[in-house]
Design a protein. Structure first.
Lengths: 103, 409
């Protein structure tokens, strides 16, 4: 399974236009990390089914696209800073922390 | 039972909200923490909106929250409220001081009472997320990231960034420019303009001494870029292998076409803002002195006269009209506005018939300043001649004619 995180918008939008997504190979994670990631991913996916995107209010907001590619199954989760809470926020927290630690 | 323990017991929300206005900082802190705890349980945004909407206007009372590296702001805790002493966390103090400087600017320069001109509270959230290379206005408050240490650092380090975000609030409560395509790029430009003005005003800098950069202090030595954006020279803030080249245009010929999607920066709102940014820079430097005086007032009054769908051309025409209202038809200020917009490819469509427009693409700002001064001098001479003719027609001799007459005796 591969998970990629793409960001766009924000004050540095001009920069993010060209930045490629960050990619995580799930199979390379330690067992505990993988379990935690999949738990958060499942929660975010379930939340997405009932999530109603609010009309974005504000400015310089960023948007986050989490793409999951698992062989013949794939799906995309997307959220903007204006709706950042719940399971998606929790998944984003984990991905950002892990991708930051990898540097 | 101590007061603090009572606040954490069952107290109705209306009493907690009353305590938010208490002069006692500890009581305010406890009340806010309790209400925010409720917000976490019930869901973040709707409660925050209700909470801050029902609180009485407060002349821009500042409250800073620590998001503790969460993306979900309902997990934030209040760390400094209005009047409280500085804390150990420099990020918190910078946000607090930046809000104060920005609020003072609007009050003293434009007579504006906080973002909404009704004393709206200024709420800031710091340490948002992890490696968050951004700051934003979420409709109720300002949110700041710490940066990833490679591309960017703490976004509270630049006063112009703090003021940029607050200016989005001002725009929301005035023209409410729709955040996409040209109106969105104008929205962004207003924030860059007023962000830069707050910085210049705080430093008592004249237009020629200002750096006209946004975010110069949030860059890192690793990335080696000047800033996020340059009002003086859009398209030159950065150019390297990691970030690529600054894509901002400085002329309508180079307007960037991007899809009106999140990935397309909502039609390039942070990109095409370079054009009105350059226009403001040209006006401010042509007139000289403090940019917040003439140029700033023209822009502020134009913002207040605009509407959610205002496009670049309409805004340019509005600035000409506002310059006329503030400084008079054919004034040096109005000339500078007309020349500036013409130079960026947006020649105003409603120019008074007695105003001469001569700027061509590539005119440098010195040539523009000189031309503006010449026109101002000509206008003064015409005014004086008109006075003399009027005086001649009446019985009283004019002062200059009387002096000539006495010299020739």
């Amino acid at each position: 399974m591969k998970i990629s995180l793409a960001t766009s918008g924000g004050q540095a939008a001009g920069v993010y236009l060209r930045k490629p997504p960050l990619v995580l190979e799930v199979e390379k994670l330690a067992a505990a990390e993988k379990a935690e990631l999949l738990r958060r991913l499942a929660a975010a996916a379930a939340e997405a089914k009932s999530h109603v995107a609010r009309e974005a209010r504000g400015a310089d907001l960023m948007s986050y696209t989490i793409s999951v590619d698992d062989g013949d199954r794939s799906f995309v989760l997307k959220r903007s800073d204006s709706g950042m809470q719940g399971a998606f926020a929790s998944l984003l927290d984990w991905l950002q922390a892990h991708l930051s630690a990898k540097k | 039972m101590s007061t603090c323990r009572c606040l954490n017991c069952i107290l109705p929300p209306h009493i907690l909200r009353k305590l938010l206005d208490s002069k006692n900082a500890k009581l305010r802190q406890s009340a806010l923490n309790t209400l925010l705890g409720t917000a976490r349980l019930r869901g973040e945004r709707s409660v925050r909106a209700a909470l801050f909407a029902t609180v009485a206007p407060t002349n821009g009372r500042r409250t800073i929250f620590d998001a503790r590296h969460n993306n979900d702001l309902s997990k934030a805790v209040m760390v400094r409220s209005e009047g409280a002493e500085p804390v150990k966390d420099g990020t918190v103090n910078r946000a607090y001081d930046g809000f104060g400087a920005t609020n003072d600017f609007y009050k003293k320069v434009f007579g504006r009472n906080s973002i909404d001109d009704r004393g709206m509270r200024l709420n800031g959230y710091v340490h948002r997320g992890i490696d968050f290379n951004n700051a934003f206005w979420d409709g109720q408050g300002m949110v700041f990231g710490d940066g990833d240490g490679e591309m960017f650092t703490d976004f509270t380090l630049s006063l112009d960034v703090i003021a940029h975000e607050l200016a989005h609030g001002v725009t929301e409560f005035t023209a409410n420019l729709e955040y996409h395509n040209q109106s969105g790029a104008l929205n962004e430009s207003m924030s860059d303009v007023f962000g830069s003005l707050v910085k210049q005003w705080s430093a008592k800098q004249t237009a020629d001494k200002a750096d006209w950069l946004i975010g110069a202090d949030v860059t890192t030595p690793t990335i080696k870029i000047d800033a996020l954006r340059s009002l003086k020279a859009p398209g030159t803030a950065f150019d390297n292998d990691i970030l690529g080249k600054d894509p901002q245009p400085d002329h309508m010929d180079n307007l960037v076409s991007l899809p009106d999607t999140e990935e397309g920066d909502s039609g390039g709102v942070h990109i095409n803002s370079g054009i009105p940014n350059k226009a403001f820079f040209l006006v401010a430097t042509a007139l000289g002195g403090n940019a917040w005086e003439a140029a700033g007032h023209i822009w502020y009054d134009s913002l207040r006269s605009s509407n959610p769908k205002t496009q670049f051309q309409e805004f340019a025409d509005t600035t000409v009209a506002q310059a006329d209202k503030l400084f008079g038809t054919g004034s040096a200020q109005q000339h500078a506005v007309i020349e500036a917009w013409t130079e960026v490819g947006l020649k105003p469509t409603k120019i008074p018939s007695n105003v001469v427009v001569s700027a061509v693409r590539g005119t440098d700002s010195q040539g523009l300043a000189s031309l503006t001064k010449q026109i101002a001098a000509l206008s003064d001479e015409i005014e004086e001649l008109t006075r003399e003719v009027t005086a001649l027609r009446s019985s009283k001799p004019p002062a200059r004619a009387a002096k000539r007459a006495s010299r020739s005796k």
